[in-house]
Write a protein that binds this ligand. Sequence first.
Ligand code: GCB
Length: 604
Amino acid sequence: MRPHLTVLAVLLICVPVEAQSPSRIVNVEARRTTSLNGKWRAIVDPYENGYYDFRLQPSTDGYFLDAKPKDKSDLLEYDFDTSGQLDVPGDWNTQRESLFFYEGTVWYRKTFDCQSKPATRLFLYFGAANYEAIVYFNGEKLGSHTGGYTPFAFEITGKTREKGNSVVVKVDNRRHREAVPTVNTDWWNYGGLTRGVSLVEVPETFVEDYFVQLKKGSTDTIAGWVKLNGPRLRQRVSIRIPEAGVSASVSTDANGYAALSVPAKLTLWSPENPKLYVVVIASDTDSVRERIGFRTIETKGTDILLNGKSVFLRGVSIHEEAPFRTGRAYSPEDARTLLGWAKELGCNFVRLAHYPHNENMVREADRLGLMVWSETPVYWTILWENPETFANAANQLAESIARDKNRASIVLWSVANETPVGDARTAFLKKLAGQVRTLDQTRLVTAALLHHNDGGAAQGNTDLLDDPLGADLDVLGCNEYLGWYDGLPDKADHMDYKTIYTKPLIMSEFGADALYGLHGDPLARWTEEYQENVYRHQVGMLNRIPYLRGTSPWVLMDFRSPRRTLPDIQDFFNRKGLVSVRGDKKKAFYVMQEFYQAKQKEYQ
Ligand code: GCB
């Protein structure tokens, strides 16, 4: 049997494939990698001249060929070698003034040399490309990926040459009505190879993926699965946690899959003690290690229980906006700065809005002991009845769960933000919530919903959360802007919140804009005093909601948004940050900090 399988595998690896589906490679950090970060050549192509011919038919000799004139008479109207450069990772908007508002295609090109190694497979890995990427290698199309916030990879085993390999990526960040997110958002549509790119080496048969978490409801059994990829799918696979004396093994089936269930005595991960263990997963052909934390997260009535104990999620919402320099955040330093500010605020929780943030963020949250709400970019009004829109949302959600399912910090998967109640929308989101439960039974499902004024006997002083989606969620999220879009700050004093559900509530957004350093009286819009005033009235109101178990005000740091045009105040920034992009703390920061100090005592 064996020789045949090997021959077959070699054939499979060598047969040229026109276009692959993207692969999911997890825990890239643990692999032998070659970074392709740095300067890439870039051609800005607003008319997609490198993709279509003049009849708008796909071109056969487009920019993806990365060609040079064959002789002095040959006509070629592009040249990567003499084109300008862009940094990867990085959005193009903040790298060149002329690209600040650009929405369209940019072609990226990187060359590298490569010694092919025996019995080794090679993947081209992209942390993220916003929004649509088509990847070519040495002139051949590898495949494409849709969605700006999740990783993807293409295999290039057997396709490399020793010198001058060419990776060309067509990145297009145009917004589309049917896309996820859709045309209308309140954040910058940063385009480009916004996260790192690398070459990842794995053995012929490798540990492709694994889920290693505590079994739902148990603190002494690790449950999950492991999956191999390659020609030798049936193997013994061991899982070891040396520090906890855990050692077990399983046999994978013909699909390379095996379920795990391993007894373990572990120190549980928590914000107070973010304990991570080195977990080693090894087969005959591969071995991979990762630092993983173990904890339980459940709800009971209106409580959220972390490791069985009721907790209040002292959070803050965060956009993936880079501190100090602006643009899309991507680096470990960005993550440390943003999450460091959250810790200073008194947080044990962050809401990473409105899309999956880069992997540095969730890994840093693991280390710092910050619980995480991770969100999929189903934002405002997307095309609920379009099956492709659903497939796209479902795929982005699955890719984000695939990447982060072993992060102890992630306690909540959010399926949407501020979506309008209606049959098609609710059916769409119920299906998405169902998908989360199929992929990951260990975490809680949420969404940021809206209240509405019940207008009844309470004389307009009661807001009611009765969104039918609530039935499918474990934790209710709610965005409200009392005092900003809705009345003046003291409106919160007279407001009561009711819900038809017996579930915990996280007030997932509230806030007000303030330009750091602008001062005035507490009713003067855009001043720090106004924002502070809103927060003061908010905390009073929040304290009156008996089923409130968390808050994540909007937002930690000011962020760029094309919707925010007011000169000298907004200048294309949403100013609801508790800190400015330079890290200056606004007055409201301290109101929230005080609230969190009190909450911490209350829940000790
Ligand atoms: C919201 C959205 C958030 C906006 C925020 C605002 O409700 O969820 O994305 O940025 O309001 O500032 O208006």
